[in-house]
Design a protein around this ligand. Sequence first.
Ligand code: GAL
Length: 369
Amino acid sequence: MKKLTAALVAAGAAGALLLSGCSSERGGSSTEETAGTSESGGGFAADATIGVALPQKTSENWVLAEQLFVDGLTEAGFNPIVQFANSGVTEQQNQIQAMTEQGASVIVVGAIDGSQLGSQLEAAADSGASVIAYDRLVKNTDAVDMYVAFDNFQVGVLQGEALLQGLAERKGEGPYNIELIAGSPDDANSTPFFEGAMSVLQPKIDDGTLVVVSGQTSFEQVATQGWKAENAQRRMDTILSGSYGSAELHGVLSPNDTLGRAALTSVAQAGKDTPVVTGQDSEVESVKSIVAGEQYSTIYKDTRELVAQTIKEIQALQKGEEPEINDTESYDNGVKVVPSFLLTPLIVTQENAAEVYADDETLFPLTQE
Ligand code: GAL
């Protein structure tokens, strides 16, 4: 335990150094202070304004995050500004700029498009604010001090493994006909989700166990703009009518629950048997579907934990202390490897849903119906 603590503290110190290096690089405060600290270098005011720029409500976890941030930041004594950018990237850029102008000491960003916020976040950092990327990495800028998320490459690995397990359980011997779906191309998470899954599935495609009947296997071919269910359903409709005839579709790799349910709808409307379908986010409709034996799996990324960890990091920064970092190598944003705190995602199937959701008062009752 001692070794682990020392390692975490060392990683934390590395994180703090990175934080201070970051603000000094852009002519911010002097190097001995960490980003967003007052002249004394002792952090910032206990009732500081904290900006939280959320993307769009493409899944339930984002809706939940809004109230958790408002309540948690207020409880911690801060002044929260929590906003969704429902009309898109330009709105999110303007919101981040306004948060900086309102003197936010920390800006938390759940980016719609992590590659289009560089100038707004550089202005925020130059004002002395710290920038925390939440759930989705911010790309191509050094104006991001840390990243707090579930390990999204591991999410993909779990999805790939669940697809193979579900095929063996429900579809007898291979080879299996499958199709691949990826998330929105502007969401920095979509690539690690897909790459994680393909690290498991590609060898099975190569050895013939899995056959992608449509031939669509590249990220560009299978990505779903805006995470929109209708886009995924339309693509599946086209594939089924164009490539399958009477052939069965045994499995679908889906990166989250909304797109997984869209795939299930498309296959049902084509009059075919229910395929093994993966998902993510433990949305209520999908948990019900998994308990009923339809959707095969989802991923539990407890939003309460993710928000709580982000607020913990903000409280450390407020005291001028080291943020909690447990990964300094996985997430390269194109300019630097961003120090991160990664939480562990959990696979959920019909078999373990009651156990995984035991402490979740919304989801556990669904497993008892
Ligand atoms: C991702 C997020 C997933 C899911 C998806 C759909 O960035 O990590 O949990 O919410 O967006 O919006």
